[in-house]
Ligand binder design. Structure first.
Ligand code: UDP
Length: 475
């Protein structure tokens, strides 16, 4: 991994890129990895951010920060927004609706600043769809960072078609997948659920339902359709992925989106340590260092997902019965109704395991003691696991996660999909299966090797970075 150091190169020098992440961990991480990468290529970086989930600016003395959109403490629209759980996402709806004037004002200031390098372009998260028309009105090229997979984009772009096929009528619109542990607990019994989706043969109908798209709720549906529309209208799309993983999807997207696409596996360039919104606990490393190779299950369900206490207890028993060592990230608030570990029985985890609130995930996945990753299948976690060749046990919740889990288990075959809810026997079996499956471990290793090869000069990921730098320099 490279150090954050401006290279002595003329490429990108004296040019500035303005970057605007969605203020959630899974979106902040790849945007800052991209910012580090562009900085290392000689660009100056200005970050636009909300005060909500403010990054640690002291970790980035080489970047300029502007805090926008929620600055006014007297504006009740922002003051009363929830800080935790699903409600925290309400900011995406609100700022997409009413953020344009503030963004335009700040961009005008940047574009006319005399003491700063001239601005090449704006790079925003794909879900900040309102930024496209603002950038257009200022003749400023806008590139998009899409923090999910290419296949997820294609599936989201097909939601109207999937809706016409009646799939969303099969779902239970009262489901609250984020809060009840798993969305699929609410998927009703229907024989169509096991059918293949003709347009996406890897997927089953039940995978589409688990996205959690609700017809009557214009909030998320609105974001998705505008995200797709304004990504297609952008000047370029950057993906946290690599060509060898999503070759067919890339070909389809290139037919669909006129602007260039750049596939860059960010975890191969920078870790997410400096953009972590929570403090990373490193105290378990002496314990991990003593564990045999490939013997420990690493468990983390990302920055947002929550489980009910009864499901959490199934996880505990499933782990104990598996008799495997484990390192478990239990975020404060992960178990709904608990502040942290109140439901945990006396004596757990014992010598076989360690529990922490937040970990340096990439470093953990790269540790030779880690033999499997039990994950919620968030896209960053999935790519990070692929980068380190670690097989996965997938327990997705909603959105792109059920799609990622299906591709991991059925297309790339580098993990198992724990499909049938929170049952301790199934958890135990899945853990044992993945830990013992040498063929799956070999496939995971082979996929990592493909990725490593793509990073070498002449490889697809290497070339993607070079062409992105050339492209931004051409504006
Ligand atoms: N992460 C971390 N420490 C942890 C758990 C997660 O640094 O203990 C990071 C992880 O490396 C990834 C991000 O948080 O970059 C989670 O993103 P993902 O897309 O996997 O899930 P989300 O949080 O968006 O649901």
């Amino acid at each position: 991994m490279s150090n954050i150091k401006k290279m002595e190169t003329t490429v990108g020098r004296h040019r500035r890129v303005i970057m605007f992440p969605l203020p959630y961990q899974g979106h902040v991480n790849p945007m800052f990895q991209l910012a580090n990468l562009l900085y290392s290529k000689g660009f100056s970086i200005t970050i636009f951010h909300t005060n909500f989930n403010k990054p640690k600016t002291s970790n980035y003395p080489h970047f300029t920060f502007r805090f926008i959109l929620d600055n006014d403490p007297h504006d009740e629209r922002y003051a009363n927004l929830p800080l935790q759980g699903m409600g925290a996402f309400s900011r995406i709806f609100l700022f997409n609706k009413c953020g344009a004037d503030q963004l335009r004002h700040q961009l005008e200031l940047e574009l006319s600043a005399k003491d700063e390098p001239p601005v090449s372009c704006l790079i925003t998260d794909a879900s900040w769809h309102f930024t496209q028309s603002v950038a257009d009105s200022l003749n400023l090229p806008r590139l998009v960072l899409r923090t999910s997979s290419l296949f997820c984009f294609l599936i989201y772009a097909s939601i109207p078609l999937l809706d016409d096929l009646g799939y969303f009528n099969l779902s239970d619109n009262t489901a609250t997948p984020l809060l009840d542990g798993l969305g699929y607990n609410n998927v009703p019994d229907d024989e169509r659920l096991e059918e293949q989706v003709a347009e996406f043969p890897v997927l089953k109908v039940k995978d589409v339902i688990k996205i959690g798209f609700k017809k009557d709720n214009d909030g998320m549906g609105d974001i998705i359709s505008n995200m797709v529309k304004q990504t297609k209208a952008s000047s370029g799309v950057i993906w946290n992925s690599f060509k060898e993983l999503e070759q067919l999807q890339l070909e389809t997207i290139r037919r669909d989106i006129p602007a260039p696409c750049f596939l860059i596996p960010f975890a191969k360039h920078f870790t997410t340590a400096s953009s972590s919104l929570l403090d990373q606990d490193r105290s378990f490393f002496p314990w991990l260092d003593q564990q045999p190779r490939n013997s420990v299950v690493y468990i983390s369900f990302g920055s947002v997902a929550q489980v009910e206490e009864k499901h959490f207890m199934e996880m505990v028993h499933g782990l104990v019965d598996s008799k495997q060592s484990f390192l478990w990230v239990v975020r404060p608030g992960f178990v709904s109704g608990s502040t942290w570990l109140e439901p945990v029985p006396d004596g757990f985890p014992g010598e076989r395991g360690r529990i922490v609130k937040w970990a340096p995930q990439q470093e953990v996945l790269g540790h030779e003691a880690i033999g499997a990753f039990w994950t919620h299948s968030g896209w960053n976690s999935t790519v990070e696991s692929v980068c380190e060749g670690v097989p996965m046990i997938c327990s997705p919740f909603w959105g792109d996660q059920p799609l990622d889990a299906r591709y991991v288990s059925d297309a790339w075959k580098v993990g198992v999909y724990l499909e049938n809810g929170w049952k301790r026997e199934e958890i135990t079996n899945a853990i044992r299966r993945v830990m013992a499956d040498e063929e799956m471990r070999e496939r995971s290793r082979a996929l990592k090797q493909k990725l490593d090869a793509s990073m070498i000069e002449g490889g697809s990921s290497y070339e993607s970075v070079e062409s992105l730098v050339d492209y931004i320099s051409s504006f």
